[in-house]
Ligand binder design. Structure first.
Ligand code: 5GP
Ligand code: ZN
Length: 115
């Protein structure tokens, strides 16, 4: 399934609910996290609904590669000029809250927010 109509990130990708979106191409979008844990904190998501990394297969390898390849460029543009952290939470023990694959990109001057 390419879109899950109950999925909040599918709705953001479709422009049905607002988000601070700052990047979009054929396959990916990036928008600021609503609860930033660092001065720069955004999410890169595929437009395709994939619930998590657990649902990714070999056919998604290029898409996953593009997400990683995009991170440094967007991080710099958003002001993370001295490095950044990438995180993909997967499943309950991975602390995943939203079941549409997303990569956190966090950066900016430390200290970052605690918790
Ligand atoms: P997870 O724990 O699933 O890796 O992270 C989900 C992230 O999505 C959290 O950091 C949370 O703040 C963010 N988030 C959840 N709902 C929304 C939303 O409606 N808009 C935006 N911009 N971020 C959201
Ligand atoms: Zn979705």
């Amino acid at each position: 399934m390419s879109t899950d109509h109950n999925c909040i990130f599918c709705k953001i990708a479709a422009g049905q609910i607002p988000a601070k979106k700052f990047y979009e191409d054929d396959e990916l979008i990036a928008f600021h996290d609503i609860r930033p844990a660092a001065p720069v904190h955004f999410l890169v998501i595929p437009k395709l609904h994939l619930a998590s990394l657990n649902e990714a297969g070999p056919e998604h390898a290029a898409l996953l590669g593009r997400m990683l390849e995009l991170a440094p460029k967007l991080a710099r543009e958003q002001g993370a000029t001295n490095g950044f952290r990438t995180v993909i939470n997967t499943g309950p023990d991975g602390g995943q809250e939203v079941y549409h694959l997303h990569m956190h990109v966090m950066g900016g001057p430390r200290p970052w927010k605690q918790g």
